[in-house]
Ligand binder design. Structure first.
Ligand code: SAH
Length: 364
């Protein structure tokens, strides 16, 4: 039955319909073939080391109103926060001491001057204060603070950030439109990727998997989009329903399709790895939110980046993009202790004190 899969996996280049066939493969044998091919492509092109980026969700204030997201501006059931510089720097120093090498600063979207200044100053401070013998230029900084103008992106880059994540959420403009208010345009989101590239960032994007009305053809187009846009880093994960969003009526459907969406997400990682080869691919927290060992599974399917959560415990529960986010109770220390063990349990090792840049970018 899976002979066809073997044949496709032996090809040098995939067509769109090859991608769709791979995404539609649901037999355990076929999925294992895809996984194992992805793993060997990863090994050949970028090795087996896993890079860490400490994730600090420094503010949940957001001016956007995405229909799927728990921190959308219309959600009145969360307390809005912005961490103090001091708290963020403390987490950054902790991150550097652990040897993580890089940090992701993520927040809701704001374009006002106070926010831009806050980000620019934070980046400068973190770069300066985390310098050490092991990291002479300080931590590597990835920003994930949404759509901005080209000039603002340049200010962020000049301050010292060198990677940027901006998910397009889906490459299908129709689907995008159904998930966002009219003010938020797909066209602008994609234009921002151009700006980021022009400014000199290593650019990351990604999509959600299992969105309402999304087909495997759409997902194949997502992978083609990553290729055509020459993307350096990918962060994808399952769409998970949040109770305080307009999509909460999908909860029963989500429960029924959970296993399918989880497996589809792992296949997306593997097929993206096979198709794009040398990019960085994150195994995202949303996978872990679905199933406790989801991030480890992502690594087995060809991901090479993990983003341990460093957000201070007291605000973690206010930054729930989706329901079931792991490690949000007061006493859990997520990743502080267990991340290295979790990664090593998959037979991989962690690369400490390196930026872990995308080989796809450094090869350019
Ligand atoms: N506002 C910033 C970053 C915060 S949101 C930005 O847009 O860049 C980070 C990502 O979380 C989003 O891009 C989206 O893909 C994901 N996300 C939001 N709600 C989600 C949900 N309900 N299920 C799964 N992922 C979600």
């Amino acid at each position: 039955m899976t002979d066809n899969i073997t044949k496709i996996l032996e090809k040098k280049e995939f067509t769109r319909s090859d991608l769709v066939i791979l995404l539609n493969e649901n037999s355990p044998d076929g999925i294992e073939k895809i996984r194992s091919k992805a793993y060997s492509i990863m090994k050949e092109n970028i090795g087996e080391e896993v890079f860490l980026r400490g994730l600090i969700e420094f503010s949940n204030v957001c001016h956007n109103d995405c229909y799927y997201c728990g921190i959308r501006k219309s959600n009145k059931n969360i307390k809005r926060y912005t961490l103090e510089d001091k708290e963020i720097i403390e987490s950054a120093l902790w991150c550097a001491e652990q040897g993580y090498g890089s940090l992701v600063l993520q927040s809701g979207e704001r374009q006002d001057k106070a926010f831009i200044d806050l980000v620019v100053n934070l980046v400068k401070k973190i770069k300066k204060e985390t310098r050490s013998d092991k990291l002479p230029d300080g931590l590597g900084i990835t920003l994930c603070v949404g759509e901005q103008s080209k000039d603002i992106y340049k200010q962020f880059f000049d301050a010292g950030a060198h990677r940027y994540l901006l998910r397009i959420e889906t490459s299908n403009p129709e689907l995008y439109k159904n998930l966002h208010p009219d003010l938020q345009s797909f066209h602008n989101r994609v234009k921002c990727l151009d700006y980021l590239k022009e400014v000199g960032f290593q650019v990351g994007t990604g999509v959600m998997i299992g969105l309402p009305h999304q087909t495997t053809e759409d997902l194949a187009d997502d992978i083609l989009f990553f290729k055509n846009y020459d993307i350096d880093m990918i962060g994808m994960g399952p769409f998970i329903v949040h109770k305080d969003t307009p999509l909460n009526y999908l909860f029963d459907v989500y429960l029924k399709k959970k296993r399918y969406i989880y497996e589809l997400s792992l296949k997306m990682i593997a097929i993206t790895r096979i198709f794009l080869k040398d990019v960085n691919i994150a195994s995202t927290t949303a996978l872990q939110a679905m199933y406790p060992m989801g991030r480890e599974a992502g690594l087995m399917f060809g991901a090479n980046v993990i983003m341990p959560l460093l957000t201070p415990n007291k605000v973690r529960k206010e930054y729930q993009l989706y329901d079931g986010k792991p490690c949000i109770d007061e006493f859990s220390n997520d990743c502080f202790d267990c991340i290295q063990l979790r990664i090593e349990s998959t037979g991989r090792s962690v690369a400490f004190n390196v930026y872990g840049d995308s080989k796809h970018f450094t090869h350019k």
